[in-house]
Design a protein around this ligand. Structure first.
Ligand SMILES: Cc1cc2nc3c(=O)[nH]c(=O)nc-3n(C[C@H](O)[C@H](O)[C@H](O)COP(=O)(O)O)c2cc1C
Length: 398
């Protein structure tokens, strides 16, 4: 009776709002109770959505490592916003379109990928798998997916490239020393990387409170993973052999003249990752940038409380199709990806979902994550009547 739509209709407006809020809490509690206590999936093929891999990863990782993965900043408001932001957009599915087959392929900088879903750069990867990012690379190769390798990967760029038929894109954290930064750019170029992705959202530092809080509570033996102090180059092999004296992580002046210097130092395509405003998108174009990644670092950069799906339209508007626009942060469903494509994104990157797959089942887990997202995207494309990625436009979203 309490759930009766008839009863809801009979209520006065204000009371109905309260009633609906109460009802949504009841439904949420029901959903939580259905999944609570369910054991984490035992095989990648058991997953019904990529969220099943989160529970599996939580089960396998130490609390400190899982908290490092999950953490946002301050009280994690931006992490939450990245998910709820998708609820502010709805789809406009078209009927009777006759679409039965879908083609998810995209071309980016003259490279063809099987789908618009790419692996975002994730550093300190050996916290999640003994072989670090390598099984994820093998999965991306297997599924013909794009991958951006982090400056902070525990596997060297050259080792990763050996596992792929074409070199990955390289993500750059610039440092105070220009000699160091230039040498790293040169290393990526020498390794054949077609694109360099400059991350710009951490220059001011970030307050990873959840990581710090849980890390302190973890009863485990930290020495098991952090046995001895290692040099930066030992931990991050792509940084080995770079000019010395620049190992400091201290914030430094990250500004547009530096973007110009990097632009002039390489013939690789240059993307800037971490843009969330039309002003900065316009400046990217003025400074010769070849592509933009709308990102708030998965809510790990600042506690703006604003989702990237809500930041995307103003960036797309400023760019006017002159360079590719990619987006990441909070993508967990095929519909999330469809919404971004409808708002004008050319591709979507995922971070935590593939790391959940990596942590729980290695290469097979990452392959399953990519497959699930592609399957969900193909389904929503059929439902909306879009046979190809190019067919997905603003008409399909409100
Ligand atoms: C554990 C972890 C490490 C990350 N390391 C990097 C990094 O080294 N460089 C970078 O540009 N972004 C890094 N990111 C951000 C991701 O590239 C991406 O922007 C973010 O994870 C997307 O949000 P999602 O995790 O909700 O999909 C990291 C994210 C996580 C969760």
């Amino acid at each position: 009776m309490a759930g009766s739509p008839l009863l809801a209709c009979a209520l006065p407006f204000a009371a109905r709002a309260d009633y609906q809020e109460d009802q949504s809490k009841v439904y949420q509690a029901l959903i939580d109770s259905l999944s609570a206590g369910a054991p984490p999936i035992a095989r990648p093929g058991d997953a019904l959505s990529v969220l099943d891999f989160e529970a599996a990863a939580r089960d396998r990782l130490s609390p400190a490592h899982f908290a490092y993965l999950a953490s946002g900043t301050d009280d994690d408001a931006t992490v939450r916003a990245n998910r709820t932001g998708f609820e502010h957009f709805q789809l406009r599915p078209r009927r009777l379109t006759g679409v039965t087959e879908t083609d998810l392929q995209v071309d980016l900088f003259a490279q063809r990928w099987r789908s618009p879903i790419m692996l975002a750069p994730v550093g300190n990867d050996m916290a999640f798998h003994p072989q670090g990012i390598l099984p994820a690379t093998q999965a991306a190769e297997q599924r013909q997916s794009g991958q951006i390798l982090s400056t902070g990967s525990n596997v060297s760029l050259e080792t990763v490239n050996k596992a792929r038929s074409t070199p990955v894109w390289f993500q750059l954290y610039a440092r105070r020393s220009w000699d160091w930064t230039r040498a790293l750019v040169a290393r990526a170029e020498a390794a054949g990387c077609p694109a360099l992705v400059l991350t710009v959202d951490l220059a001011a530092g970030s307050n990873r409170e959840t990581r710090n809080r849980i890390g302190e509570l973890d009863p485990g033996d930290c020495a098991a993973c952090h046995a001895r102090p290692r040099s930066v180059a030992e931990k991050y092999p792509t940084l080995a052999g770079l000019p010395a004296g620049s190992e400091s992580d201290a914030p430094f002046k990250l500004d547009w003249p530096l973007v110009d210097k990097i632009r002039d130092a390489t013939t690789m395509k240059l993307l800037v990752k971490g843009i969330v405003t039309r002003e900065d998108a316009t400046l990217c174009l003025e400074h010769g940038v070849d592509g933009i990644i709308v990102s708030n670092h998965g809510g790990r950069a600042e506690n703006s409380g604003r989702s990237t799906i809500e930041s995307l339209p103003e960036v797309v508007q400023a760019v006017e199709g002159r360079v590719p626009v990619l987006v990441d942060s909070g993508f967990r469903r095929g519909t999330d990806i469809f919404k971004a494509l409808a708002l004008g994104a050319d591709a979507v990157c995922i971070g935590r979902p593939y790391i959940w797959g990596l942590a729980s089942f290695g290469q097979a887990g990452v392959e399953a994550v990519l497959e699930l997202l592609e399957r969900e995207l193909a389904l929503v494309m059929r439902q909306c009547g879009t046979a190809s990625i190019a067919d997905i436009s603003r008409e399909y979203i409100v």
